[in-house]
Design a protein around this ligand. Structure first.
Ligand SMILES: Nc1ncnc2c1ncn2[C@@H]1O[C@H](COP(=O)(O)OP(=O)(O)OP(=O)(O)O)[C@@H](O)[C@H]1O
Ligand SMILES: [Mg+2]
Length: 364
């Protein structure tokens, strides 16, 4: 399996920079997801790797081969890059049977008929669609069509798979199911995968690493866990859910393992212990991230837990959980609690959060 390497890759349209100096190495067999708001340059980046879009700067390599380097006038055509692609807009062809849809990339490559039959059967087995080979494509559900598209992308055993929002046409249940299936297939086959989505949950569930993009640039790359728990900026933090970002002042600083600082912080009518990346000093003003699901009702169990007192001003039942808004001296807090917890509107409550849940940013 091949690695994919992007070095300082850019794409300028007229005077507009859609992708701005992206550096990214997708290791062989790794699953990397580009995540970011609409227009941030995800599709353009993927299309440059595919060869469907010409880069205007930098270098792209697949395996040992440089496939794009505008300064040296290198631009390999898509069919010479040995990639499988599944794009949202690349629906399967409605006038063909499932078999012919999957066979198409091999027919274009003029493979012998016996080899085509064998490979198509194998690809359909991978996505558990072998019993549908003779179905006309329109007689399939959305999820089945998507599986056929994946089989078609994999039929010539590409070293690298590129997927652009491949699940976005599906309903929520199928999206989760197909995502999980695809992830286990990708792991089993060890295919290097570059995936694009603007769905945070999907990105977290599927990826080895997530690259958060905005305005054509990479903001942060890391494991889902790192990106979620230790975002490098408030922008990245705010990209996932409805986090609380509270103003506070550092009172004491200690070194903590893995290059972190452990900070005692004091905010408006609350205090606690937070972790942070930077070298803070006593007196530093910080913003403290607390995810809504990290609160517990009642005062903390541990002495170092932070506690906030507030009044319930909104309560939304969401089935598995309930979203509360609390008005506190530190501002309004988004708090997620088990759905059966039912504080009355206006009720005075206390919520606590463990220090491992508090993450500090420099407030500049
Ligand atoms: N051919 C083009 N000419 C001019 N501008 C373009 C062209 N293609 C893309 N852009 C611009 O480049 C920016 C990035 O587009 P891109 O399609 O990569 O975004 P995206 O992150 O995939 O967004 P979405 O989530 O909406 O699919 C956008 O502002 C878009 O308008
Ligand atoms: Mg896009």
């Amino acid at each position: 399996m091949a690695e994919v390497l992007l070095e300082n890759v850019s794409r300028v349209f007229g005077g507009f920079t859609a992708v701005d100096g992206v550096d990214l190495r997708v290791a062989a067999g790794e699953f990397v997801t580009l995540l970011g708001p609409s227009g941030c340059g995800k599709t353009t980046t993927l299309r440059m790797v595919a060869g469907l879009e010409e880069a205007t700067g930098g270098r792209i390599s697949i395996g040992r081969r440089v496939v794009s380097e505008p300064d040296k006038h290198i631009h390999l055509a898509p069919d010479r890059r040995q990639l499988g692609m599944v794009f949202q807009s690349y629906a399967i062809w409605p006038h063909m049977r499932v078999f012919d849809n999957v066979a198409y990339p091999l027919q274009v490559r003029r493979r012998p008929a016996a080899e085509i039959r064998e490979r198509v059967e194998r690809a359909l087995r991978l996505v558990e669609m072998e019993h549908f080979a003779d179905r006309p494509a329109p007689a399939l559900s959305g999820g089945q069509q998507q599986r056929v598209a994946i089989a078609r992308a994999m039929v010539f055993e590409p070293e690298v798979l590129l997927l652009d929002e491949p699940l976005s046409n599906l309903d929520a249940r199928l999206r989760t199911q197909m995502g999980d299936e695809f992830r286990s297939l990708q792991k089993r086959l060890g295919i290097t995968t570059l995936y694009v989505t603007h769905d945070q949950d999907e990105a977290m569930a599927l990826s080895d690493r997530i690259v958060v993009m905005r305005g054509g640039r990479m903001l942060q790359a890391g494991s889902p866990q790192d990106i979620y728990r230790r975002p490098s900026s408030e922008i990245v933090a705010s990209f996932f859910g409805a986090p609380n970002l509270l103003d506070a002042t550092v009172t004491t600083v200690e070194q903590a393992p893995s290059n972190l600082s452990r900070l005692a912080v004091r905010g408006a009518d609350w205090q606690g212990v937070a972790y942070g990346n930077h070298m803070f000093t006593p007196g530093s003003r910080v913003r403290v991230l607390v995810r809504p699901e990290d609160f517990r009702m009642g005062t903390g169990n541990d002495e170092s837990d932070a506690t906030w007192r507030g009044e319930v001003v909104a309560s939304v039942f969401r089935g598995a959980r309930r979203s509360l808004r609390l008005r506190t001296a530190a501002g309004e807090l988004n708090v997620e609690v088990p759905a059966l917890t039912q504080p009355a509107m206006g009720e005075a409550v206390e919520v606590g959060a463990a220090r491992s849940a508090l993450w500090a940013f420099a407030n500049t």
